[in-house]
Design a protein around this ligand. Structure first.
Ligand code: ZN
Length: 732
């Protein structure tokens, strides 16, 4: 028994369960020494197609897939034949033979949207099943590469990345350690410390410094990401607002005029923000929803740390989707460096001829946006015959309409009715008829479910979002060394109890005549150059704002940026005619004939041992915190929150068990069988499993069971914090 993958781990287990159905046929004598194989790959989560390939020992094969509609049940369909040429076949076979000795299970750090691959390889009597989540062993990676060379573009297998180091990402001691995985589906990941969706209490870099929450350390240079930032969480004043921020990069429909493209992008921002305005938790804490929206030119690569949204003009809302990375709403919110993506619709073109976007379109956008905040659907499948509506059973595993009709035919509620005349329905969950996450776009007015607001605010109270802005000045404690000006928008999310460290913050030297900052030296935060009440400092603010605008990636250095800064801080004129420098100065409206008398500050907190907040002449007191920062608080107590169980496929001796806990603790699982007597069901234990170590968040386990005959069962999870029970009915 082993915890597998992240929130989307269920599908993989189901996929492995169907592999047997596709196993290659018996080998003839000539090819008996050649391997047969079945390889599957995809992303954890039910929203993308899984691709697979079956290869027989004779070199004949089949390309297979599991479409999104079939992901729940993992039912494969045949896409077409797979006939690699001789040299490709030789490479595939060599790789398959080598993979017979690869580790059976390779689990990388679990993360949403993680890639995985599985392979069943048989050669004579030797058989090996490999499963890799997030990270693949080299033998499996080589096999996938060999297969991809021979597969058409539409059937390429997903290659889980190698160990983190191999893709140039180093695990760090911050909330992102463990979830840095290759980006997928046309999105670009966030730098450590940032997330495309965050729910947090905001605090400026200056206030965080004043409250002793950050330490800014010189890395030994200037003009690039030369400041290391360490930070920790502390509680802010009661009822400080919580901000839900979501970054959306929107690609408007093809063929629109630039004006109409901008109307789409701005229309989404304003209509969603206005619908999500004025939210308050039950205790009165405001929840502010900010859409940080940017327009994407399809010719440009995706921006780092933005959810990618493509907008179409289809009149049918069914083409709308949101593939979001899933926030854990029951446990601590952990920022996710992987943005999501989606397809949204304007629901036709009538908005172009007047009246703006329809309420319905805006309500659906709001529904989709809330998915990116981690909210789930609040509606469910049901079947209606005449006036009778019956929800699908919780553990329904219908594959097609015949399955539904077979179930409906034996439902008492439909007795005497012609189930063949029935219709599939998606009603709102009870009490969610006007919830954006229910079917509200069909039944306006819509509102946000109060429980969801409370959950978001509770999650946000455990996070700080520290923001450094272009123009923030960092004074070097050593007066002989350079102070720096921030040339980027810097975000660092800090979770309760988890100190963060990032390398780093992009800043430019503002004292050309001083020494380069020595590594290990500390800075204090003066705040915005533009707030210093000095013309030279205002010019510096304009230059740093322009540098930040021209930055192409979060840690990138802007060409010419350092000389443009020195033009206004130190009257450095040598670059006045050099293209990139001049273009920054022109865009910042700097008069290159001017001479500046910009001040060079000495840090008033030079003697202070920590990073603090300063004015140009004094150390500023702390202001924001309710309680002074002390040692990191003890981790939240464990609480076993939820247990779900389902049989992976009828007749198979495997259960998928999902357990949510708020922290780490051990749990013991038992499987019980019910006996019904005199209208009462009593349970008796039929299997007890080895204790399992739960981690905070969603744990997905698979349990082997004896053959289960039809009847009532339950799984009991017992931990120190609580005991939870989940029922299961085995049919047929
Ligand atoms: Zn939805």
């Amino acid at each position: 028994m082993r915890a597998a993958a992240g929130p989307r781990g269920t599908a993989i287990v189901a996929v492995i369960a169907v592999v047997g159905a596709l196993a290659a046929g018996p080998a003839d004598a000539k090819t008996a020494s050649q391997p047969s194989l079945v390889v599957w790959s995809g992303h954890l989560g039910a929203e993308t197609t899984m691709h697979g390939v079956v290869l027989k020992p004779n070199g004949q094969g089949t390309i297979v897939a599991v479409s999104v509609a079939n992901r729940d049940r993992a039912t494969p369909t045949t896409v077409g034949p797979f006939r690699p040429n001789a040299s490709a076949l030789a490479q595939i076979r060599a790789a398959a033979k080598a993979a017979l000795t690869a580790p059976r299970v390779t689990l990388g750090p679990a993360g949403p949207s993680a890639a995985y691959a599985s392979a069943t390889i048989q050669r004579g009597a030797a058989k090996r099943v490999l499963v890799a989540v997030t990270t693949a062993p080299p033998q499996l990676a080589t096999l996938i590469t060999a297969l991809n060379r021979a597969l058409p573009a539409t059937a390429q297998l997903v290659q889980p990345p190698g160990p983190l180091g191999a893709v140039g990402l180093t695990p760090r001691s911050d909330p992102f350690a463990g979830v840095l995985i290759q980006h997928s589906q046309g999105t670009a990941p966030c730098v450590p410390g940032d997330a495309a969706t965050s729910v947090a209490q905001p605090i400026s870099l200056k206030d965080a410094a004043g409250d002793g929450l950050v330490t800014l350390t010189a890395k030994g240079g200037f003009g690039t990401d030369d400041v290391a930032v360490d930070a920790h969480w502390a509680p802010l004043a009661d009822k400080s607002p919580v901000v839900l921020r979501m970054n959306f990069e929107i690609t408007p429909p093809d063929g629109l005029s630039p004006t109409d493209q901008a109307r789409v992008v701005n229309g989404i921002k304003s209509s969603v923000e206005s619908r999500l305005g004025g939210l308050k938790a039950s205790d009165g804490t405001p929840l502010t929803v900010q859409l940080n929206v940017r327009q994407r030119d399809p010719g440009q690569p995706p921006s780092s740390c933005f959810h990618e949204i493509t907008v179409n003009q289809d009149v049918n809302p069914d083409v709308t989707s949101a593939i979001n990375t899933k926030l854990n709403m029951t446990g601590p919110f952990q920022p996710d460096p992987l943005p999501g993506y989606g397809n949204w619709s304007t629901l036709g073109t009538s908005w172009q001829t007047g009246g703006g976007f329809s309420d319905r379109a805006a309500n659906i956008w709001t529904h989709e946006a809330l998915h990116f905040a981690g909210l789930d659907e609040a509606y469910h499948p049901a079947f209606q015959v005449d006036d009778v509506i019956k929800n699908f059973p919780q553990d329904a595993r219908f594959q097609n309409k015949d399955d539904v009709l077979a179930w409906a035919a034996q439902e008492e509620a439909f007795a005497g009715l012609d189930v063949n005349s029935g219709r599939f329905r998606l009603p709102s969950d009870p009490g969610h008829e006007h919830d954006y996450m229910g079917r509200c776009p069909d039944t306006p007015p819509c509102h946000v479910d109060q429980a969801a607001v409370d959950q978001l605010v509770a999650a946000g109270r455990d996070n700080l979002e520290i923001t450094g802005s272009p123009g923030d000045l960092l004074l070097n404690k050593d007066p002989t060394e350079q102070s720096l000006g921030v040339g980027t928008t810097f975000r660092l999310l800090v979770h309760r109890g988890t100190p963060a460290h990032v390398d780093g913050l992009v800043a430019y030297c503002i004292d050309a005549d001083r020494h380069i900052p020595e590594a290990g030296g500390l800075f204090d935060v003066l705040g915005r150059a533009g707030d210093q009440g000095d013309p030279g400092m205002s010019a510096l603010q304009a230059v740093l704002d322009e540098i930040a605008r021209e930055q192409t990636a979060p840690l990138a250095t802007v060409e010419g940026g350092q000389f443009a800064v020195w033009r206004v801080t130190d009257n450095e004129t040598a670059g006045d005619d050099i293209g990139p420098i001049r273009s920054i100065l022109d865009a910042a409206h700097i008069d290159v004939s001017a001479t500046f008398a910009t001040p060079h500050y000495n840090d008033p907190n030079a003697a202070g041992a920590q990073t603090g907040s300063v004015s140009s002449t004094a150390v500023l007191p702390t202001a924001t915190l309710v309680v002074p920062p002390g040692p990191a608080p003890a981790p939240a107590p464990a609480r076993l929150e939820a247990l779900h169980v389902q049989q992976l496929a009828a007749g198979r001796r495997l259960l998928s068990v999902q357990i949510t806990d708020t922290a780490s603790e051990a749990a013991t699982l038992t499987l019980q069988r019910g006996t019904r007597r005199h209208g009462h069901t009593s349970y008796r234990r039929i299997r007890r499993y080895q204790a399992v170590a739960l981690h905070a968040g969603l744990n997905i386990l698979s349990l082997a069971t004896p053959k289960l005959t039809p009847g009532a069962y339950r799984v009991v999870a017992a931990a120190a914090s609580a005991t939870r029970t989940a029922s299961l009915t085995i049919r047929r």
